[in-house]
Design a protein around this ligand. Structure first.
Ligand SMILES: Cc1ncc(COP(=O)(O)O)c(C=O)c1O
Length: 341
């Protein structure tokens, strides 16, 4: 049996939606892109949304808009996060300032509060389906919430993405709001969204502008993304019911689930555990059984002691919305076998 790390399901409803776009003849950015933006605004109750070609572009454009394209702006990002963050910062002509994580993979609060005084922008990533508690704090610099992995999660009943002036997300296939590719920026401030939009189309740009790329989202990608958003609640319910079973399994296993902070409701699209053993020894055991566990990130963005420790001891286990009972039984066997060794 093979259990992949991700398995987004695209049924007839996706096929039908894509066929309609092809038949309409409007495959590039069009009405479907606007509909996606409306869906996102409505879901987050944030009035202004811009759909773009990726989550990485969304972050890069948001940084450029918030810093007014300032050269060498200092942007705070987590050391334990996906590589896209560092590339988004570099593509904005800015400097990444790395902030350490805790054992729970959220940010070190003391360090963040201290470093934030020196930053132009702070990016708070809600990690791996969970909530970053620092969104409740007040910072002197502007803050972007990155909800690529955690859209749908809440803290005290409030949606992630609604705590600060701006949020970004991703429609990459493996994400909770995954279609194929794509991303979005949402804000209460129409000027910020207008600034981002002005940087998405070279054909209409002022040639003296500091930066413009081709960052519109095609109608094909938009329709995949908003069809996923319509399915997201059902996917969430299915994953949540598996998560309860995983929690029960891990009561007996030699690894501890990292399940998020008090008063939060996570949207676990992966199940992250901390093992005292080095996971370099555990991953091959799962892979040998055909269970595609992975490290939550490829590599720490900054090699601090704490980020390296998190990297050595954290494991991401697949949570497939459409998992069968037989697959779950096999996964259970894998967890019992690999963590007993
Ligand atoms: C937290 C986070 N932010 C942003 C991104 C970038 O999104 P995209 O892959 O759509 O460029 C990712 C991608 O993995 C991510 O995990």
């Amino acid at each position: 049996m093979l259990i992949p790390h991700s398995r987004p399901v695209f049924g007839h409803i996706f096929e039908h939606a894509v066929t309609q776009i092809v038949q309409s003849g409007q495959l590039a950015q069009g009405k479907a892109t606007t509909i996606l933006e409306q869906h996102i605004s409505q879901y987050l109750s944030v009035p202004h949304t811009l759909a773009v070609d990726s989550g990485t572009s969304a972050l890069m454009l948001a940084i450029r808009a918030l810093t007014n394209n300032k050269a060498l702006a200092r942007i705070g990002i987590p050391a334990f996060a996906c590589a896209s963050l560092v590339f988004a910062v570099k593509n904005a002509g800015a400097i990444p300032v790395f902030i350490d994580c805790t054992k729970h993979l959220t940010l070190d609060a003391e360090q963040t509060l201290m470093i934030s005084k020196t930053l132009d922008v702070l990016v708070l990533v809600h990690p791996f389906g969970m909530v970053e508690p620092l969104v409740q704090e007040h910072f002197a610099c502007p803050v972007i919430e990155d909800i690529a992995q955690s859209v749908g999660a809440t803290l005290h009943g409030q949606q992630v993405g609604t705590f600060t002036e701006m949020c970004i997300g991703s429609h990459h296939a493996t994400k909770p709001w995954g279609g194929a590719y794509g991303g979005f920026i949402a804000s209460h401030d129409p000027d910020l969204i207008d600034k981002c939009k002005a940087m998405t189309n070279p054909d209409t740009a002022n040639l003296s502008a500091a930066y413009i790329g081709h960052h519109q989202l095609s109608s094909i990608h938009a329709v995949l993304a908003y069809t996923r958003i319509q399915q997201a609640e059902q996917d969430y319910i299915k994953r949540a019911s598996w998560i309860k079973k995983y929690d029960a399994l891990f009561e007996q296993a030699s690894a501890t689930p990292i399940s998020g902070i008090t008063n939060s409701q996570a949207n676990h699209f992966r199940y992250i555990v901390r093992c005292e053993q080095d996971i370099a020894n555990i991953i091959p055991l799962f892979h040998h059984m055909g269970i595609r566990v992975a490290r939550p990130i490829q590599t720490p963005l900054h090699q601090s002691k704490v980020a390296l420790d998190a990297w050595q001891h954290s494991l991401s286990i697949p949570v497939l919305a459409d998992m069968s009972q037989a697959e779950f039984a096999y996964l259970q066997q894998g967890i019992q076998t690999c963590f007993a060794s």
